[in-house]
Design a protein around this ligand. Structure first.
Ligand code: 9MR
Length: 377
């Protein structure tokens, strides 16, 4: 056994029995080296990680990842909060952080129905604006944001979550004001603003056959119009029993067959009990729900840690088996404490969806992925 393997084994064992992994960061395997030749590996960053407020998160990112995605700072409400004015500070910090560390910087996201202010769609009387006015606003936004980071942001999630589970278009205000071609217009404007930037479509549940087929149609439609489309991101907010293996394979194969990249853009694996029927509740206020929906407040028991680790390994083994097709895997966050899943679908849970724990330590899943990748060499 080489020294590094002994280090893995000790660390894996110590994490599995719940003890703190005392290995110094310098001895940790490095994910971007481990997955080199397979795919880029990255994380979504919030502003604390790049502004200096959370230096230990920044340290993990600098060491482990070679691509970063803006978790929130490039969304419309943040970067373009009022009609005539943009707020670039946080997005600039994010891009500078990536460039300083020679990372592939991903912009997220230009056109989405969420985190976009209501004023975007209405005039001063509160009435929905005309198609032409809406196209002009969309053009201004995309030209300004993409133009500012021209040559710096490698690729953009141009349109996010436009498809319904049954394969239609989400009935959002973009559709209402512009019509179905709001999607292709967004790609046209993004390409005009930075002809060298890669342009992606990003969505969740693309493993579901009807939604997958709709994504295939969307890509083909853009291609048939001669527009640039470089890849499709399946977000990858996954659980212990979804997606089904066959469905994920079929998604990767179908998108890969179109000649565009497949990316897992927002990966996390949720081990907490389903809580959709309590959507929006703050469970810290309700004692009965607290126990049922938030069972691991004091840490993951060994059995649960093992299930999570096995699930991560299984998913990564599957992604690694699509060599040359899956080009990037980005985790939606750096460490468990700041994951959005602590507050969704209910607020106030203790969640464990990422590869680094609440104390910034690599989890058993982290070491298991290193082994999974080594086995694929
Ligand atoms: O992680 C993001 C969280 O901090 C925000 O509150 C939330 C608001 O909608 O958006 C989260 O990120 C989402 C991403 O932009 C698009 N796919 C789903 C992600 C999780 O909701």
């Amino acid at each position: 056994m080489t020294m590094i393997k002994i280090v893995f084994a000790i660390c894996l064992a110590s994490v599995l029995i719940g003890a703190a992994c005392s290995i110094a960061q310098t001895d940790q395997p490095i994910l971007k080296e481990v997955f080199a030749g397979h795919f880029l590996i990255g994380a979504a960053l919030n502003d604390d990680a790049v502004s200096g407020k959370d230096p230990r998160a920044a340290e993990i990112v600098e060491k482990q990842f070679n691509t970063i995605t803006a978790e929130n700072v490039m969304k419309w409400e943040k970067i373009h909060p009022v009609l005539k004015s943009y707020a670039f500070d946080a997005a600039d910090r994010f891009v500078d952080f990536g460039l300083k560390n020679k990372m592939t910087v991903i912009g997220h996201t230009l056109i989405w129905h969420a985190q976009v202010p209501h004023w975007v769609f209405v005039d001063s009387a509160g009435t929905l604006v005309s198609r032409d006015a809406m196209l002009a606003r969309m053009h201004d936004h995309i030209a300004t944001v993409v133009g500012r980071y021209k040559g710096k942001v490698k690729g953009w999630d141009v349109v996010n979550e436009a498809l319904t589970d049954d394969g239609g278009l989400v009935k959002n205000k973009w559709l209402r004001t512009i019509g179905e071609d709001y999607v292709s217009k967004a790609y046209e404007y993004a390409h005009e603003a930075d002809p060298d930037a890669e342009l992606y479509y990003n969505d969740f549940s693309l493993d579901k056959p009807a939604k997958r087929d709709a994504a295939v149609r969307l890509v083909k439609d853009l291609q048939s119009k001669g527009l640039r489309i470089d890849g499709v991101g399946i977000q990858g907010h996954w659980g212990m029993d979804y997606p089904i293996r066959e469905d994920l394979d079929a998604f990767i194969d179908s998108i890969g067959a179109l000649g565009v990249k497949v990316m897992v853009t927002e990966m996390d694996v949720d081990i907490l009990p389903p809580a959709f029927k309590y959507m929006g509740a703050d469970i810290t206020m309700k004692a009965d729900l607290k126990k049922e929906l938030n069972p691991y407040v004091d840490g993951l028991p060994e059995e649960a840690q093992k299930r999570l680790t096995d699930r991560y390994s299984e998913l990564f083994a599957q992604l690694l088996s699509h060599r040359g097709i899956v080009s990037r895997v980005t985790l939606w966050g750096v460490y468990d404490k700041t994951s959005w899943l602590n507050d969704w679908p209910v607020r106030g849970r203790t969640s464990y969806p990422l590869l680094f724990d609440r104390n910034y330590q690599p989890k058993a899943a982290f070491y298991a992925l290193v082994k999974t990748a080594e086995a694929k060499r």
